[in-house]
Design a binder for this molecule. Structure first.
Ligand code: ADP
Length: 296
């Protein structure tokens, strides 16, 4: 079941155009929605999760009209928002049992089996009696996945799930997501390139409400092959390159600035081509679109 979004737009009351004619074809599997803060990711996620209205456009999940048939979407949706509410002083088992009941799993035996299976699946069985308010960030996110799996959703939306997780917790969360991403549409909204690189077979890059790229990550890498140039520079040179419009990124390696430029030809003496990474794709796309917007 694919999710097909066409011409989706949303402008807030204050005039901010959060989505500007967004069209995306999202197949089964893990789909990364990559964009900097303020790009419009949460707005898109909330519209797809039926929590917010779009101004125009359509979204279809198989036969379901996502924007009109909200009840049908809700029955088949698992949503893990950026802020998963408050974490009450209630044990994990008790809370999950309560959510399952609210989601319509009324038969006691069935609910017990479900809650037990979910807690095992997200590796929280040993913590089932512990209060949610005492959970670490990673445990909270895994609990969030358990609750969003109730009802066997066909569409799962996770909004910025790895922000604030330490590397170990992030890895555990990645493994869990890859397991569930096989037969459903999972949209992973993130500003962290590593999330997409490790998990997603398809992705879109958005900035200022516009889609800058949509397709497999490998294809985006192929498009800039041979065009990413690297040089170690003096700190004093940094500003000149930063305002040149071609700079993708700069980082420090052992205290020395190393910059990447995107250019069809060697930009200057001393630059060598490097194998592009997804960071180059992402920061390249964002800086080009920001430069275009500034020139308008
Ligand atoms: P992201 O999730 O990528 O950080 P958002 O969808 O939260 O992006 O925000 C997109 C843009 O819309 C930002 O400029 C943000 O400030 C603005 N925005 C988000 N929510 C509202 C709102 N309720 N009212 C007005 N502007 C908003």
């Amino acid at each position: 079941m694919d999710l097909i979004i066409e011409g989706l737009s949303k402008t807030y009351g204050n005039g901010v155009k959060a989505l500007d004619n967004v069209s995306l074809h999202i197949p089964t599997g893990m789909f990364g929605l990559l964009g900097p803060n303020g790009a419009g990711k949460s707005t898109l996620m909330r519209i797809l999760a039926t929590l917010q209205e779009a101004d125009s456009g359509t979204a279809k999940l198989g036969d379901i009209d996502v924007l009109k048939d909200k009840d049908a979407v809700r029955r088949t949706l698992g949503y893990l928002p950026q802020e998963f509410g408050v974490y009450p002083k209630v044990g994990a088992y008790e809370m999950l049992d309560h959510i399952a009941l609210l989601k319509g799993v009324t038969a006691k035996g069935e609910r017990k089996d479900l809650v037990e299976a979910l807690l095992q699946r997200v590796n929280l069985w040993d913590q089932r009696k512990r209060k949610l308010s005492g959970f670490s960030g990673g445990m909270k996110q895994r609990f969030g996945i358990a609750q969003c799996l109730i009802g066997q959703p066909k569409l799962i939306i996770v909004d910025e799930p790895t922000a604030g997780l330490d590397p170990g917790e992030r890895n555990r969360f990645y493994n869990l997501l890859t397991e569930i991403g096989e037969n459903v549409v999972v949209i992973l909204s993130t500003h962290i390139v590593q999330d997409v690189r490790e998990l997603c077979s398809n992705m879109a890059i958005i900035n200022k409400g516009k889609v800058l790229y949509a397709g497999p990550p490998e294809e985006s890498l192929r498009q800039i092959q041979g065009k990413v140039w690297e040089k170690r520079i003096a700190k004093s040179e940094l500003e000149g390159y930063a305002t040149g419009g071609k700079m993708i990124s700069n980082r420090l390696v052992a205290g020395v600035p190393v910059i990447h430029l995107l250019s069809d030809e060697r930009p200057a003496e001393g630059f060598t081509t490097v194998e592009p990474g997804l960071e180059d794709v992402f920061f390249g796309a964002i800086s080009r679109s920001n430069a275009q917007a500034a020139a308008q």
